[in-house]
Design a protein around this ligand. Sequence first.
Ligand code: NAP
Length: 259
Amino acid sequence: MTTTVFEVEKVNSLKPLEGKVAIVTGASRGIGAEIAKVLARNGATVIGTYNNSPKQIEDVAKVIEEEGGKFHALQADVSVFDDTEKLATEVKEKFGKIDILINNAGITKDRTFKNMSKEDWDTVINVNLNGVFNATKSVIQHMLEQNDGRIVTISSIVGQAGAFGQTNYSATKAGILGFTKSLALETASKGITVNAVCPGYIGTEMVAAMPEKVLNNIVEKVPMKRLGLPSEVAQAVLYLVQADYVTGQAIAVNGGLYM
Ligand code: NAP
C-alpha cells in the first residue's frame, strides 16, 4: 500500500522526544555532552556513556538534571563488544526500550602514515569504527522488533576530505559514511533511519589537542572564520532524530568549509 502525500502531511513530521529512550556514546564532554543535553531538553530519557571520565559525566548529569531533564550515566568502552551488549541489555531492562542511538564516541592518534604504528592504527579503528559496529549491533535487533529507531553517527569533514596526519582517523570517518548508507538501505522499510553528521572543526578537547599553528591555519580557511560549537552539531543530530523521511544522509556542520 502506498501512502499518499495527503496522508503524510497529516502526520506531524517533527516529533517531540517525550517518551523516547536515547543512548549517546561518549557523552562525558564535547559534542556528546551537548547532544545529550539537547535530546534531554526535548523530552528524551538520555543514557549517556563514558569510558574514562566519570567525573566529567557527573558534571553533564548535573546540568541536565538542573534543567529538569532525565539523564543516566553508564560506563562502556565502545571498542569492547561485551560492553555495548551489557549497555543495551541494561538500558532495555531499566527503561523498557531503546529508540535512539547516537554513535558519538571517538578518538584521534595523529601521525603521518610513515610514523604511524600498527597500534596507532588499530586503536583508532577499534574505537571509531568497530565501536560503531558494536553499539549499533547491540541495539539493532531491538529496533527491528519495535519497527522504530533512529541511529545517528558522528563522522567528520576528515572522512570526506582527508587530513594530513590522520590516515587512521580519516579511514574510520569515511567508513562510517559507507556504513550509514548501507545500513539505511537495509532498515528503511523497518521504521529505522540511519544518518551521519560531518562536523568541521569544533571547539572541544579533541581540537584543543591540535598544534595552535595548524588550528589557526584551519580557522583561516573556514568561510565563517571560527570553530563550530558542540551545540551546533547537536542541533543537526536533533533534526535527524526527529525527521521521519530522511535516511542514508550525511549532514555537514562545518561553517562552509570545503577542502
Ligand atoms: P572529545 O571531547 O575528545 O570527547 C570524546 C568522547 O568520546 C568522550 O566522552 C570520551 O569519553 C568518549 N570516548 C573516547 N573513547 C571511548 C571509548 N573507547 N568508549 C567510549 N567512549 C569513548 O571529542 P569531541 O570533539 O567531542 O568528538 C566527539 C565525536 O565527534 C568524535 O567521534 C569525533 O571524532 C567527532 N568529531 C569531532 C570534531 C571536532 O572538531 N571536535 C570534528 C569532527 C568529528 P571518556 O573520556 O569517558 O573516555
